[in-house]
Design a protein around this ligand. Structure first.
Ligand SMILES: Nc1nc2c(ncn2[C@@H]2O[C@H](COP(=O)(O)OP(=O)(O)OP(=O)(O)O)[C@@H](O)[C@H]2O)c(=O)[nH]1
Length: 138
């Protein structure tokens, strides 16, 4: 995936399809790529399409445990855990954004808080002595 997709991301939801094993296997590659660009953002792992066969919720999917990541069983079709997933992801993202010690995040935070200098209002000011340092407008 192009680097720009990771730029300024404050959280990641990695979803796989419980009906397609290959999508689970691919998580390792996605996760490796994510960490190249965003080493510390919160990441949630999602097993999607559980409505197709609820028995998958009895299965252990070790990827999340191995990487110490939160894990949700979800169905985008019937809505199971969808609101919870996004609510939690947003909370994690906001908290990360406010507290991250990642250098790039700190720079971005500084830039966001940086107030551009307002142009000086010179309309009703009298010119005073010589040698004034501010440039004169004509
Ligand atoms: N039963 C079921 N089908 C789903 C669920 N979520 C998505 N689908 C179906 O899965 C198919 C792919 O969904 P997309 O939204 O296109 O997802 P995608 O990530 O682009 O999927 P891929 O094209 O397979 O990579 C569509 O037919 C969806 O209707 C779900 O929770 N349950």
């Amino acid at each position: 995936m192009h680097a720009s997709y990771y730029h300024k991301a404050h959280a990641c939801i990695m979803a796989f399809d419980v009906q397609r094993k290959v999508t689970y296997k691919n998580l390792s590659n996605w996760y490796q790529e994510l960490r190249e660009y965003r080493p510390e953002i919160p990441c949630i792992v999602v097993a999607n399409k559980i409505d197709a066969d609820r028995r998958v919720t009895q299965k252990g999917f070790n990827f999340a445990k191995k990487h110490n990541l939160p894990f949700y069983f979800v169905s985008a079709a019937d809505g199971t855990n969808v609101v919870k997933l996004f609510t939690d992801a947003i909370k994690l993202a906001v908290s990360y954004k406010q507290n991250s010690r990642d250098f790039l995040d700190e720079v971005m935070r500084e830039l966001e808080n940086f107030e551009l200098e307002k142009p000086e209002d010179t309309s009703d000011k009298e010119e005073t002595s010589e040698g004034t340092e501010s440039p004169k407008t004509v």
